[in-house]
Ligand binder design. Structure first.
Ligand SMILES: CC(=O)SCCNC(=O)CCNC(=O)[C@H](O)C(C)(C)COP(=O)(O)OP(=O)(O)OC[C@H]1O[C@@H](n2cnc3c(N)ncnc32)[C@H](O)[C@@H]1OP(=O)(O)O
Ligand SMILES: O=C(O)CCC(=O)C(=O)O
Length: 495
């Protein structure tokens, strides 16, 4: 169950300012809310403790420089790799996985250079490289300076038949040879079965059990084709947890949209490590994204995530990688997407202004991001306009704000309006309340738009309040205005 709203803390937002932007927010405004009550460490609805679960002690194996290099658009030269690796260490990931040094001479040199960078500059991350389950690859890998080697071989019938052509006996014998060799060099070693979810369960458990017995550091489960569902993941990891003593790493492709949910379920079932890549880049449509995993995990255990990971760096890393691989960050990206903390409909805006936990489960400030309220549309309500008028330092009564809102909504029915339009209307409306001189609510409308506006305004107000109530509202506004009674606010023209 999700944690409920609480009411302590302040959000640190300042009216009209943005402390980290989620892109260009035309028509939106960073807002001040009464509280920013996101912390939920004392929530009675936190997940029930489970002795198997590693939700509160997971580790990240960041594979942007391995799986991510397999993304169709990726080309990382050494400088790019160094910058990404350094940023990931600054973020606090536990491991950085690099492309096999057997892939090419430059891959080998890059691997060595990043190991040197790690020795000189890294605070946290260890370096791994990812190789085939083959002695030739293992021999090259151990000479690069890495902390550990991730070994992989396909175990499904598809891969045994069409990729490497080896049977389970050969796989087991080679795995043992490679593992013992890497261990003899004093390095960490992980053994993983590619395409685990289409492999025979008995084959899997048998090989995992064999490598566990000879002291592998981790075994890996890989949903190579993205076919697994969270429940299947839970079942397999839980079963494996009962068979091996070593750590369990998991790797989820996102072909059917379950990569984050699968990672979470794996942790619940006892997995210890999750593979990620920045923005999820990888083969086809990629794997569990680092940002998406952070979104999921901060909801599950905020204290753990904030104590371990420098999540304010997320946007910077995503921007960097997006730039290198020449993609845009999707509008709905977890946490850093243009809309991740943007609230539009009046009902949402009102509640958010009172307490952000009403419609936000994640505190944008944790990630150095801002929340936005949209107040330039036909879905805008008077509470949002009141907040905007306050930001503009224009004090009006509630009745005046409501009438002003009706005009904004009427205009939004005529054409798409922008934040500047809304601000102009609020300013002109305010001016007209306090001055004999009538100012048009909005300059530059065509005659046709003016006509449409007038019709829309009438309909809008009639629908909003009923004709009688509308009249009462106007009378109230007139009474409250500091101008002579003869001044009719409702005569304000838009052009
Ligand atoms: C699911 C994953 O993402 S696994 C990681 C994928 N990573 C990579 O592929 C790294 C980049 N790859 C490369 O640079 C190249 O594929 C290399 C250097 C590894 C191999 O190149 P080549 O020798 O030219 O072989 P090619 O790529 O055509 O075919 C793959 C070879 O690896 C073998 N192979 C595939 N998987 C494995 C494995 N897990 N363990 C051992 N051998 C394997 C195949 O049998 C095949 O060998 P063969 O054609 O000589 O019988
Ligand atoms: O090594 C692993 O565990 C995962 C390899 C991989 O990229 C995959 O199977 O999709």
């Amino acid at each position: 169950m999700c944690p409920p709203a609480e009411t302590n803390g302040t959000n640190g937002h300042v009216n009209g300012t943005v402390n980290g932007t989620n892109g260009n927010h035309e028509g939106y405004s960073a807002i001040q809310t009464n509280q920013n009550p996101h912390p939920h460490s004392s929530s009675p609805y936190r997940p029930v403790g489970d002795f198997l679960s590693n939700v509160s002690r997971f580790k990240i194996i960041e594979s942007t420089l391995r799986e991510g290099e397999q993304f169709a658009n990726a080309y990382f030269d050494l400088e790019a790799k160094m910058k990404i690796a350094q940023a990931l260490d600054d973020f606090g990931v536990d491991y950085i996985e690099l492309t096999s040094p057997a892939a090419s001479e430059q891959s080998r040199l890059d691997c060595e250079a990043i190991c040197r960078l790690k020795n000189e500059k890294f605070k946290t991350a260890k370096i791994l490289t990812h190789v085939r389950c083959h002695m030739d690859d293992a021999r090259i890998a151990v000479e690069t300076g890495v902390d550990g080697v991730d070994v992989v071989i396909g175990t499904s019938s598809y891969l045994r038949e069409h990729s490497h052509g080896k049977d389970m006996t050969y796989i087991k014998n080679t795995a043992i040879e490679v593992i013992e060799f890497v261990k003899s060099k004093g390095l960490e070693i992980r053994f993983s079965s590619e395409d685990s979810f289409r492999s025979d369960l008995v084959d899997l458990l048998s090989i995992y059990s064999a490598v566990d017995k000879i002291g592998v550091n981790r075994v890996g489960i890989a949903d190579t084709v993205g076919c697994a569902s969270p429940r299947q993941v839970y079942d397999l990891v839980r079963t494996l947890r009962g068979v091996v003593h070593c750590d369990i790493e998991t790797h989820f492709h996102n072909d059917s949209g379950c990569a984050i949910a699968n990672a979470y379920c794996a942790l619940e079932a006892g997995a210890t490590h999750i593979d990620t890549s920045v923005l999820g880049i990888g083969e086809r449509n990629g794997i569990t994204p680092l940002g998406g995993l952070m979104a999921r995990m901060i909801v599950a255990d905020r204290d753990y995530v904030l104590s371990k990971y420098n999540v304010k760096k997320l946007k910077e890393i995503e921007d960097m990688v997006a730039d290198y691989v020449e993609v845009n960050i999707p509008f709905n990206n977890y946490i850093t997407g243009f809309c991740a903390f943007t609230h539009k409909a009046g009902i949402h805006a009102k509640a958010i202004l009172n307490n952000p936990s009403t419609y936000e489960i994640i505190n944008p400030a944790d990630f150095g991001m801002s929340r936005y309220v949209h107040f330039a549309s036909r879905l805008t309500g008077w509470n949002a306009i009141k907040s905007r008028a306050d930001q503009l330092d224009l004090q009006m009564t509630d009745a005046q704000i409501k009438l002003c809102t009706a005009k904004i909504k009427a205009l939004a029915d005529v054409r798409k309006i922008a934040i500047d339009d809304t601000d102009s209307i609020i300013r002109a409306f305010y001016h007209n309340l306090h001055s004999q001189e009538e100012r048009p609510l909005l300059e530059g409308l065509s005659a046709e738009e003016v006509k449409k506006f007038q019709i829309a305004e009438e309909k809008e107000k009639a629908e909003l309040t009923g004709t009688k109530e509308k009249r009462q509202l106007e009378e109230q506004v007139e009474a409250e205005a500091e101008v002579p009674a003869t001044k009719k606010t409702r005569t304000a023209a838009v052009a």
